[in-house]
Design a binder for this molecule. Sequence first.
Ligand code: GSH
Length: 184
Amino acid sequence: MALKYADIEVEHREIELRNKPQSMLLVSPKGTVPVLCLDGLILDQSLDIMRWALERSDPDGWFAVDEALAKSWIEKNDGPFKVLLDQYKYPNRYPELDQEEILRIALDLMLKPMETSLRSTQYLLGNQVSWVDVAIFPFIRQFSKVNPKQFEDLPFALTKKWLHHFLESELFNAVMRKYPTWMG
Ligand SMILES: N[C@@H](CCC(=O)N[C@@H](CS)C(=O)NCC(=O)O)C(=O)O
């Protein structure tokens, strides 16, 4: 989304995670997506790719937010919330965990604070979209898809509206489509 927003053209190579091409592992042995290959530079962290794109072009000021506050949201999302999301998504992998408890902790950690923020501003860090909204939104989207009915029943109207905004956005829909697998 950041690359598209910054109007940066890339050659998109869709890969299958269970069949990673050697050429990808050669440039980025850790084997996660996304990987951005530039002349003489490999970026293999989503946030680094976002930052790189926004440094080149940031027409709506996605970066114009308090850095410390941004960092605290991102750390919470990429750290403990990501762990909970995996536990909630893959209960079979964690048979010892109580799903209701996982859900409750995830809500307290992330969804409730989001709802509180969205009560005072339209987006997480203000009344304009910021890079933090865009970085976190895919995780909330995944969360909402684990058990859509359960998500729908949650008392977080503003968070649902926020999610809906991004799901319906031109930007998301322009990039989130089925791409043919890159065959090398
Ligand atoms: N911190 C990395 C995480 C990337 C990541 O874990 N990506 C997942 C897909 S969303 C992946 O490639 N997993 C490797 C695999 O499943 O083999 C980033 O933000 O780019």
